[in-house]
Design a protein around this ligand. Sequence first.
Ligand code: SF4
Length: 111
Amino acid sequence: MEFICIMCPVGCHLTVSKTKDGIVVSGNACPRGELFGKSEATNPTRMVTSIMPYKNGTISVKTSNPIPKNKIKNVLREIKSAPVPKTAKMGQIVIRDVAKTGENVIVTGIN
Ligand code: SF4
């Protein structure tokens, strides 16, 4: 498998192989690339960012931690259908255990 590391702007081209000794990553210029390559090959995750309506504007939100890529659509669907928060403060949880991922959706900005 081949990936581009997204852990920094360098964007190393990674090659990830599954061998009898485990997962081997090459092409990385630092240890973070090895961790990223292994994660991408076994359980790829991403932070999800979005916006929600709030009063006469919007709030920016994100998941509290990266979530599995195959849950991103469910997370976005739940954010879209969630009730408009009555209050919003930076870091406030607006959705708990979003899409049963165990992660929350928190406020990152009031627009
Ligand atoms: S392997 Fe290291 S240097 Fe290369 S893109 Fe990833 S974080 Fe950056």
